[in-house]
Design a protein around this ligand. Structure first.
Ligand SMILES: [Fe+2]
Ligand SMILES: [Fe+2]
Length: 299
């Protein structure tokens, strides 16, 4: 199974630029073309929040139009730049979502080989996220309902510290409490987040937690020193989607799939010879080892 994640789309009104500079709508259009062109095609696409830049109805209109051509089934959760009720109204035809007015926009998807649990971390009018008692209790009960099914959790605010101080300041309250919940449910194989506009991976709660790059060029600049950590800034780094490829005997392997530059491929002059060498000589040596079940893999 292949799960694709797109995050931090920050769609604006038609004909506008995000922050007066970044063509997020056109760049999301390219991400949709990219996802449709992947071989093999993703089985499902998860959009992990900051779907729009201001949570305005006209932005959700533009978002729906841009996402229309996407071929794989799509599931969305909101981020801090979204407006929960406007979002639920705009996607009222998405049957897995609760009705507008619901206290939270989270849900579990049971129809895929991997159980997908979408968690709503948003606080209306605020940029930080929150996992309150009600949300943690929902997560605990939802995970307890299917302990034998491999599970991926997806959410907007990551439940870990990144080291970039200004984004950690608008991070998630309740991340440590969530870690204790997830540690009790070893079927959770990945926790996929957005919000940070950079790919980051952490060993967390007995599983792996990560964030992904934005579909637009507005990636959060890497700033890890004391002095630079509060420099509120973006970098025009490559835009990407994240793939989670799951082999039932092996578990997840995650890949960054860059949108920009993906079509510009080349093969070295010795490609024909190397291909024969790799296929007939090297692959046989490696493959038999990794086809065997991993001794460290949890049931
Ligand atoms: Fe964002
Ligand atoms: Fe965000």
């Amino acid at each position: 199974m292949i799960i694709a994640q797109m995050t931090d789309l920050h769609v604006v009104g038609r004909g506008q630029l995000c922050q007066g500079r970044v063509p997020t709508n056109a760049q999301l259009q390219e991400a949709v073309v990219h996802l449709n062109s992947l071989e093999p095609r993703p089985d499902v696409v998860l959009a992990t929040g900051d779907l729009t830049d201001h949570g305005a109805p006209k932005e959700y209109d533009a978002l729906r139009e841009i996402l229309g051509p996407l071929r794989a089934p799509l599931h969305l959760i909101p981020g801090n730049h979204d407006h929960r009720d406007v979002f639920l109204e705009a996607f009222a035809d998405h049957a897995y979502l609760p009705r507008p007015g619901a206290p939270f926009a989270h849900y579990a998807l049971e129809d895929y080989p991997v159980r997908l649990v979408g968690l709503d971390t948003t606080v209306p009018g605020q940029h930080h996220g929150l996992l309150c008692d009600a949300r943690l209790a929902w997560l605990d009960a939802t995970l307890a309902a299917a302990p034998a099914r491999p599970t991926l959790i997806f959410m907007h605010h990551p439940p870990f510290r990144t080291g970039i101080r200004w984004v950690d300041a608008v991070g998630l309250h309740g991340g440590r409490r969530m870690e204790a919940v997830v540690a009790r449910h070893p079927q959770v194989e990945w926790v996929a987040c957005g919000h940070i506009h950079r790919p980051i991976q952490v060993a967390w709660g007995g599983t792996v937690a990560s964030t992904a790059a934005s579909t637009s060029h507005a990636q959060v600049a890497l700033a890890l020193t004391e002095a630079s950590g509060f420099e509120f800034g973006y970098a025009l780094e490559p835009r990407a989607v994240q793939l989670y490829v799951r082999d039932p005997g092996y578990g997840f392997v995650s890949h960054v799939s860059y949108v920009s530059g993906a079509g510009e491929r080349y093969r070295p002059g010795s490609a024909e010879r190397l291909r024969e060498d790799f296929r007939h000589r090297y692959e046989g040596l490696c493959r038999s080892e990794f086809d065997a079940a991993s001794p460290g893999r949890r049931p």
